[in-house]
Design a protein around this ligand. Structure first.
Ligand SMILES: [Ca+2]
Ligand SMILES: [Ca+2]
Ligand SMILES: [Ca+2]
Ligand SMILES: [Ca+2]
Length: 507
């Protein structure tokens, strides 16, 4: 058979094999103290996106990276925007056009532009946030300040919605002219929002000691300009209620905290991310100073109603993680912060505190039958922040906030062999090796054709393109196999190599 065709078959096998690999397929790292390097599984790789001080359009990239949101265009996993929060005062958000080159498996960020918040008096401590199903970004202010600028609204303490294409904040009817914060969701130290699939219900935690858990239900799907606001009243184990508070007038919107206290809202020790799990229909809520992630069922998402089954999902204890060197007991520690579900229902938990691990809690985990692994260790001095995925869940976007300047002694090569120093705020993309940087390991392919046993011709591929001829072929870093559509194995061809992830084992 045509050697070129046969190698295309092997290429097809690579694709088939890698499709079976999910970003959550990895062996747990051991627990441990932070080191200057970013530690992650050897099945995965990362690629540098942008660091504090890098040039962007009309200036340089600000620091204190927090929510790192990929906004797909039309559901694409290759074309979108990347939005990075700056958790500082004055705060900020920088948004990039962001696209993926399939041939060399490389993400490109261009047109980095800071959002102009001057029309709403600026922002403070843009912490976590959300990507909406309708393609906007919500950035959450983790600070509150009264109305010093005299526009009638507290100066800080709101969510704000941004169109990533224009880098403009959304202007709702009423409110301020030219752009608003999301006044109807109330004023407090916001961490993020979690949006129910009904596109009306939003859950939001308050990041302060004695903070509360809120639910907002918009009047119209995909439109945050008006709706009802509720706060959770009940135990942290068992059943409770949503109690409505006022959010119509400016005074209502400025006084969410005092209203919540007046109705006996439940206090939490620092509410961090909330996420909705589409697989079980439950809401998950990280509380950093209680060292755990809770979950509960919201019985009536479109009204107030009741909450049932409030319980600790994960945290507050030690877990046995199965590392390549055997089992190891690791304490969950404090500071569970940002959350994200992948499409298999695994909960990714970023830890701001203790050893600043990136945890993955398996779908089906319970406290009596745990399924907990450690995906990564954030570099010394930093906390991991983010995170979001592409819609195909092959790529994870995140940042490291405030790494130690002394990490500059150690370079780590990324998927494109670029030396990265984790010594200042940085955003990265993480993936399995086969999906990023074009498998930067050499591949050795061997095949046999009936009647032409043991071809001894070898061929080295030096450029991206089709493989022409040769029985033994070595692919080097940066090489690429292009497959013809509709390719099939021809009579006489026999497969003698086994594909394992990014490498090929010759029997
Ligand atoms: Ca104001
Ligand atoms: Ca307005
Ligand atoms: Ca926070
Ligand atoms: Ca946070």
């Amino acid at each position: 058979m045509n050697p070129k065709i046969f190698l295309m078959f092997i290429g097809a096998m690579v694709l088939l094999e890698v499709q079976a690999q999910h970003i959550s397929d990895f062996t747990s790292l051991p627990g441990g103290n932070q080191v200057p390097e970013f530690l992650y599984p050897n099945t995965h790789t990362f690629h540098y996106i942008i660091q504090h001080g890098d040039a962007i359009t009309n200036g340089t990239m600000d620091d204190q990276f927090d929510f790192t949101g990929y906004v797909p265009i039309g559901g694409s996993s290759a074309q979108g925007y990347l939005s990075i929060n700056h958790e500082k005062t004055p705060g900020g958000v920088t948004i990039f056009d962001f696209s993926f080159d399939q041939t060399i498996q490389h993400w490109y960020d261009t047109n980095g532009i800071p959002v102009d918040f001057s029309g709403v008096g600026g922002t403070s401590r843009n912490c976590s946030g959300a990507v909406t199903p309708w393609g906007t970004i919500v950035s959450s202010e983790e600070n509150i300040l009264g109305d010093n600028n005299g526009d009638g609204y507290n100066d800080y303490g709101w969510n704000v919605e941004i169109d990533p294409a224009t880098r403009q904040i959304i202007d709702y009817p009423g409110g301020l002219a030219g752009g608003d914060k999301i006044w109807s969701m109330g004023s407090f130290r916001h961490e993020n929002i979690a949006i129910h699939p009904n596109q009306r219900t939003v859950y939001q935690g308050e990041d302060v000691g004695g903070g509360h858990l809120f639910k907002f239900v918009s009047d119209v799907a995909g439109d945050f300009s008006s709706g009802n606001l509720y706060v959770y009243v009940g135990p942290k184990s068992g059943n409770g209620n949503w109690v409505q508070i006022n959010n119509t007038s400016q005074d209502d919107q400025n006084t969410s905290i005092s209203q919540a206290n007046a109705v006996g809202a439940t206090d939490f020790g620092g509410g961090e991310d909330v996420e909705f799990n589409v697989l079980d229909g439950k809401v998950y809520f990280a509380v950093k100073n209680e060292n755990r992630v809770y979950r509960f069922q919201d019985d009536s998402p479109l009204t107030g109603g009741t909450v049932t089954g409030f319980e600790t999902f994960v945290g507050g204890m030690s877990y046995t993680v199965e590392t390549s060197a055997g089992p190891m007991s690791v304490n969950w520690g404090g500071g569970n912060d940002n959350l994200a579900f992948d499409d298999l229902g695994n909960l990714w938990v970023l830890q701001d505190g203790s050893n600043n691990h990136i945890w993955v809690v398996g779908n089906g985990h319970t406290q009596t039958n745990p399924d907990v692994r450690i995906f990564g260790h954030s570099p010394a001095g930093s906390e991991p922040t983010g995170i979001t995925f592409t819609p195909d869940y092959k790529y994870l976007f995140m940042s490291f906030q405030h790494p130690a300047a002394t990490n500059n002694a150690t370079a780590q090569p990324d998927a494109f062999q670029q030396d990265v120093f984790f010594d200042k705020d940085v955003a990265i993309v993480i993936s399995r090796k086969e999906f990023l940087g074009n498998c930067h390991t050499d591949l050795y392919l061997h095949y046999q054709v009936t009647g032409l046993e043991n071809h001894s011709v070898s061929n080295t591929i030096t450029n991206v393109g089709e493989i022409l001829g040769g029985a033994n072929v070595v692919l080097h870093a940066g090489d690429c196999i292009l497959l013809d559509s509709g390719f099939e194995v021809q009579v006489g061809g026999e497969m003698l190599a086994e594909i394992q992830g990014c490498s090929v084992v010759v029997p």
